[in-house]
Design a protein around this ligand. Structure first.
Ligand code: SAH
Length: 505
């Protein structure tokens, strides 16, 4: 039997991007992942889908699994020859009982490795704009536990040395003892004016940071209602936050958006929103599937050289076209001499990625814009191949035909409605947890409406509807809903820019 091993992996503080590469590699090879409350569950996505995932987290006051049982579970899985990832919030060896788990394994001769993680205190400071050490202010730093229950431990701290002998202090698990902590520090000689920052849910879009002084912070926290998990940073370095803030003042910080685009095409949009500080939840309301009958498309592709122009109006269309080109044992050489028309910059980019340069990218990104430019150039007798979605507006085909062109428009792909996600969306909407839903095409809206029917009416008002452009907006309005925002140009980049502007006003 292959020998099992336990990897104590630091999951980092919350932002999934703060996992180490080595931690990711361990997850990718895991047979079992045993994870905590503070480890971001999104990280489980790195583990193989058939890996066993076991939650042993403790929610305060509700201890899911006693430490002894967690230890035993680790040993048992490793003894069965499995690769076990013990995923722990922050760093496994900082206030996380990682040392106890390792000792338990060591006593039983079970091999283990420790992969450090970004500990919450360091991350909270960074994301709150607080340099933990600074030449001008302090050269020392201490990590401390302010754990709720064992007052013994707290009172056993050498408050006098802490208060005067050290620079920056970071307390973990200290919120419920904040009064004791601040009083003791002042009593033992720290200035009551010493700045204090409390950072809740650090590095996540729900991060909240509160700044006060040793004298005010207890009342500040009570007033603002901050709750665990939070770290407390005490020391003069806290004042740098004023000038060094960079995260929680991003324009879309604290906003949460539902992205309805198919996942494969949402990555770029999601990344841009996140760069502006937004939280994004991707629940596609459309999925792309091949047409029910591929024959008409294949026939057209086989006769490619008969056409004068190829019109592609979406990234899906580009992908479907090249997929069928290959399936029909052809390649890009069959496109020689054919005018390549791309509607929209993303479509043009997808074509460019295949080593081709579109001959025409109309200035306006809708069918109307293309029709205008083509008619101006003259299309009489011209043969167009237009691989299209199953459902399209008839504008382009009708206008070209009317002007004397021949248009072959086989179905190249269809949008289908994913099922099973209604409950998640309903929950997000009904709990008022969303600021807006972003629609990047009419079908993303149509499908959402089809998923919810009249219920959507009741749910609107809890989140705003943002639309990529006039066609999508029209679909939304036609169904009796309001569009809160539509960018001047119909691209996702312009939509992000418009969203930034919207919230800045
Ligand atoms: N091993 C972890 C700490 C576990 S103790 C680490 O290295 O970060 C749990 C405490 O960590 C919480 O009570 C809180 O004080 C702190 N903590 C963990 N994640 C946090 C987060 N995202 N924001 C603020 N505090 C956090």
């Amino acid at each position: 039997m292959a020998s099992g091993k336990v990897y104590l992996v630091g999951a980092g503080p919350g932002d999934p991007g703060l996992l180490t590469l080595k931690g990711q590699q361990c997850l990718e090879l895991a047979d079992v992942v045993i994870y905590d409350y503070l480890a971001n569950p999104l990280l489980l996505g790195y583990a193989p889908s058939d890996a066993e995932k076991i939650y042993v987290g403790k929610v305060r006051g509700n201890h899911h699994l006693p430490q002894e049982e967690t230890n035993a579970l680790l040993a048992e899985k490793a003894a069965a020859g499995l690769q076990v990832v013990r995923l722990k919030g922050g760093d496994p060896y900082i206030f996380g009982r990682g040392g106890e788990e390792a000792a338990y394994l060591q006593e039983r001769d079970i091999p283990f490795e420790v992969i450090p993680g970004v500990t919450a205190g360091f991350a909270a400071a960074a994301y709150a704009g607080i340099p933990l050490t600074h030449r001008d202010v302090t050269t020392s730093l201490a990590l401390l536990t302010g754990h709720e229950r064992p007052e013994r431990k707290l009172s056993s701290l050498d408050w006098e040395k802490l208060a005067t002998g050290l620079g920056t202090l970071i307390f973990y698990m200290g919120l419920s003892n904040l009064k004791l902590i601040s009083e003791q520090l002042v009593k033992h000689g720290r200035s009551p004016q010493t700045p204090v920052a409390v950072v809740q849910w650090a590095t996540l879009p729900r991060q909240r940071t509160l700044v006060g002084t040793l004298e005010t912070i207890v009342a500040d926290v009570a007033r603002e209602g901050l709750e665990p998990p939070a770290v407390i940073v005490i020391g003069d370095v806290v004042k740098y936050r004023e000038e060094l803030r960079w995260y929680d003042n991003l324009p879309l910080f604290g906003k949460r958006f539902l992205i309805t685009r198919p996942r494969a095409q949402a990555a770029d949009f999601v990344q841009k929103l996140q760069q502006q500080g937004a939280e994004t939840i991707c629940i596609p309301t459309i999925e792309i599937a091949p047409p029910d009958d591929l024959r008409p498309f294949d026939e057209a592709v086989q006769k490619l050289t008969d056409f004068d122009s190829l019109i592609l109006t979406s990234v899906n269309g580009v992908e479907a076209f090249f997929e069928r080109l290959t399936a029909n044992k052809l390649d890009v050489r069959s496109l020689a001499g054919i005018q390549l028309i791309a509607v929209g910059p993303k479509t043009a980019e997808a074509i460019a990625q295949r080593g081709l340069r579109p001959d025409l990218v109309p200035a306006r990104y809708q069918a109307e814009g293309l029709v205008e430019e083509l008619l101006a150039a003259g299309v009489e007798g011209h043969r167009f191949l237009y691989p299209r979605a199953k459902v399209v507006r008839p504008v382009l085909i009708e206008a070209l035909k009317k002007a004397g062109a021949e248009v072959i428009a086989p179905e190249a792909y269809q949008n289908v409605r994913p099922t099973g996600k209604e409950d998640m969306i309903r929950h997000l909407l009904s709990e008022g947890e969303l600021d807006a839903i972003c629609f990047s095409s009419s079908s993303t809206f149509d499908n959402l409406l089809a998923m919810f029917g009249d219920e959507l009416k009741k749910l609107q008002g809890r989140a705003e509807f943002f639309s990529i452009g006039p066609i999508t907006s029209e679909t939304i309005r036609k169904n009796g809903f309001e569009v809160a925002l539509e960018p001047g140009k119909s691209t996702l980049d312009d939509l992000v820019a418009a969203m930034v502007q919207y919230y800045q006003q």
